[in-house]
Design a protein around this ligand. Structure first.
Ligand code: F6P
Length: 513
């Protein structure tokens, strides 16, 4: 149990301290709050912390039993109590630390199977005379957000002549857009679903099959389907042929699944070698998280800062501004990773969490675009929330003045939030930016498969550490169930218990008389 009272005492002490002075006065920060690992650098010097508070936060790692939990995670022991499962995403990068030899072998075999299939997709073998040119990934949540984000980020590394389109939404326009201009002969549909029961995914997969069957006939259409799932029997029942069903383990959480067969569309479009580099980058961060002492441990430091801001300084939200078009989808990816993992109200032993305790609301967008939309709020609203500025440091030196200006904007925003400025003249009050607002910079040197893998693994482990500090289970997601049940009830006409407003809505939508 962490000593919340001691930390609250430090927060009370620092709450109204002048942040600009704190940041400038304190030489200690240069050593303690700038951390580097696996090609990712965190500069957290603009956080409302001093050495005493930081030391108390570091002590909280031991109090939370983090070392034991981390050992359980890497060994593949149960860390998801409500589902009685391990969480084996790190083992997908490198199964060496997993205790269960059968699982180790299964992971290695599964990796070999997807890599072999991805290689076949680059030849005319996979589609009986045609090379795959368009992969349509049908999936939602973790079966969509990871692949979608990584594809955007690593497009420059793709195999020539191949692209991925993503379908997640039940709006028929989503599939229509994904199939627009597609040659059915060279299209491969990947149905990505851990459970293989998700309504959105199955309905879209049926629609995609109808599209292919209409154009190519049943036999050729079937050849153009592959599945990635933890329920292979269900995928086979759906009609996907055995040699195209790629399984992953129940211990791979949906939002942690991009490293598994759920990344099949990426492995096909990027090629297995690039995909292996992506996993290697994550492994470098895994090794760091596994080995580094708390004070030098990047995911631990990031978690401590986010818990400090949320649990002790009362910052409900955190903004993630990615200053890179290719990283544009990072905030969406992090929304699921963090909010589905940490959006809980009870502890691992089912006790209510204290008020203000538990994960942050994460939102964000692409810099510098967001400077021209919601950054006004960040600079001048009465409330303030910390910002993570995500950047690619080599862009500043790329020789393209636009890239240089983009990085200059990243740097300027953090400085403006910190120092603010007193407005002058008649409109002085309107022009005043109060400053004293926290931010961190998270930089990668270059956007490569390795650095992207490390950036994602940093956040995965950060969330794990936060779960440990908050004392909650970051690997379940019971909160998403009720809406699914009610949508099913509505479609089957079972609406009697619904409130009048919802029933009226159903009438307006023509779903009820
Ligand atoms: O509804 C949320 C969720 O359960 C996520 O956790 C998961 O990533 C997503 O649905 C998709 O689930 P599946 O991969 O089983 O289709």
């Amino acid at each position: 149990m962490i000593d919340r009272a001691a930390l609250a005492h430090h927060a009370a002490r620092l709450k109204d301290a002048d942040l600009g002075s704190l940041v400038r006065a304190d030489g200690w920060r240069d050593g303690a709050l700038v951390l580097e690992a696996a090609g990712v650098t965190l500069d957290a010097r603009r956080q409302r912390l001093d050495q005493e508070a930081w030391d108390a936060l570091l002590e909280a790692c031991d109090a939370a039993g983090l070392a034991g939990l981390r050992a359980d995670l890497f060994a593949g022991r149960v860390v998801n109590g409500t589902e009685n499962r391990p969480a084996i995403h790190a083992a997908l990068r490198d199964p060496a630390r997993i205790e269960d030899a059968g699982l180790k072998a299964a992971i290695t075999d599964a990796k070999a199977a997807t890599a072999a299939f991805a290689r076949r997709c680059a030849t005319e073998e996979a589609l009986d005379g045609f090379t795959v040119e368009r992969v349509v990934n049908i999936g939602i949540g973790g079966s969509d957000l990871g692949p979608r984000f990584v594809w955007d980020a690593l497009k420059a590394f793709r195999r020539p002549g191949v692209e991925i389109r993503f379908v997640s939404n039940l709006d028929p326009a989503d599939l229509e857009d994904a199939l627009e201009g597609a040659d059915p002969e060279t299209t491969l549909v990947c149905v990505t679903s851990k459970s293989f029961t998700t309504q959105e995914t199955l309905m879209n997969a049926l629609a995609a099959r109808a599209w292919l069957t209409e154009r190519l006939g049943e036999e050729k259409a079937n050849l153009r389907f592959a599945a990635a799932t933890a329920a292979p029997a269900k995928a086979r029942d759906f009609g996907i042929s055995e040699d195209r069903v790629f399984a992953f383990e129940e211990g791979v959480g949906g939002r942690y699944s991009v490293w598994s067969a759920a990344g099949l569309c990426l492995e096909i479009a990027l090629g297995p070698d690039v995909f292996a580099r992506f996993r290697d980058g994550a492994k470098a961060m895994d090794d760091h998280f596994h080995d580094a002492p708390w004070a030098e441990n990047l995911p631990v430091a990031k978690a401590l800062i986010d818990v400090w801001n949320r649990g002790f300084l009362g910052k409900l939200a955190r903004c993630v501004a990615a200053y890179s078009s290719r990283l544009e989808k990072l905030p969406f990816y992090l929304q699921q990773l963090e909010m589905e993992s940490l959006g809980k109200s009870v502890s691992t032993d089912a006790k209510p969490l204290p008020p203000g305790w538990g994960g942050q609301l994460v939102w964000g967008g692409r810099g510098s675009d967001v400077q021209h939309s919601f950054f006004q709020w960040l600079h001048q609203a009465k409330d303030d929330v910390p910002v993570d500025f995500i950047g690619i440091s080599s862009m500043a030196q790329s020789g393209d003045e636009r890239a240089t200006a983009l990085m200059a904007n990243l740097a300027a925003q953090g400085a403006a939030l910190l120092d603010g400025r007193e407005g002058e003249g008649a409109l002085g009050a309107h022009r005043t930016m109060p400053g004293g607002r926290m931010s961190s910079a998270v930089l990668i040197e270059e956007l490569t498969p390795e650095s992207l893998g490390a950036l994602i693994a940093l956040h995965e482990h950060k969330v794990f550490v936060e779960g440990a500090l908050y004392g909650l289970n970051p690997f379940d997601q019971w909160g998403v169930e009720l809406g699914k049940v009610l949508a099913g009830a509505i479609l089957s006409g079972d609406v009697a218990d619904l409130d009048p407003s919802t029933r009226d809505l159903l009438v307006r939508l023509g779903l009820q008389r």
